[in-house]
Design a protein around this ligand. Structure first.
Ligand SMILES: [Fe+2]
Length: 207
């Protein structure tokens, strides 16, 4: 959801200059739309622009509907992500990434095994490793001082945090009601779900 972190991928020629253009909030979902800029050989390779020295602006949308995230870069790529809370400080992510390859079908059929190996290794994992480093660092910073004050400036993240906390509170309420009815005590799964949020809650470096 935090498209403002493009500077993290600066060295990989990721996106830059993000602008939040639309934000929709319902009882159970958040949808944010941003305009982002691309430039460089990577953008050309991905078909985002015809010229590496030109800046291209494109809309990107991100939708949250727990535990699903879906983002799409108009006409170019789509990412589906599912978050699975594992324990209070760990969550697991499952992702499917799709993007258009500008090659004739017969060439693609021939190159598919090679591309399926090369694209994750030389493109996706390089971005992902930076994201993982960032999230681990956020989690460690949070654990060192959970009461640390921070400033969040992205309205989409603020809306997301608000929704997640609300969903957690609703779950806790339902779970305590069902416990009092059945007389059985169990640890709610959502406790872990909220506990994975410090990586977002501790965020204080958005620019
Ligand atoms: Fe990232």
């Amino acid at each position: 959801m935090d498209v403002f972190h493009g500077f993290l991928h600066e060295g990989l020629q990721g996106w830059f200059d993000p602008v939040l253009t639309d934000l929709k909030e319902t009882e159970s979902s958040i949808r944010a739309e941003y305009q982002v800029s691309y430039k460089g050989q990577m953008a050309k390779f991905l078909g985002l622009t015809d010229r590496a020295d030109q800046v291209t602006r494109l809309p990107i949308t991100i939708q949250y509907n727990y535990p699903h995230y879906a983002s799409s870069l108009q006409g170019i790529s789509a990412l589906y992500l599912m978050r699975l809370p594992v324990n209070p400080t760990e969550s697991r992510s499952f992702a499917l990434f799709f993007f258009k390859v500008r090659l004739p079908k017969w060439v693609l059929r021939f190159l598919r095994p090679l591309l399926s190996w090369a694209i994750p290794k030389f493109l996706l994992h390089r971005f992902l490793n930076q994201d993982i480093d960032m999230m681990e660092s956020e989690q460690q910073t949070y654990l060192k001082n959970p009461k640390r004050r921070y400033v969040e400036i992205n309205p989409a993240i603020i809306a997301l945090q608000r929704l997640i906390v609300r969903q957690y509170e609703q779950f806790m309420q339902q779970s305590s009601q069902s416990e009092s009815r059945s007389g059985v005590s169990h640890k709610p799964v959502a406790e872990d779900a909220l506990a994975t949020q410090p990586e977002q809650v501790s965020r204080g470096f958005v620019r």
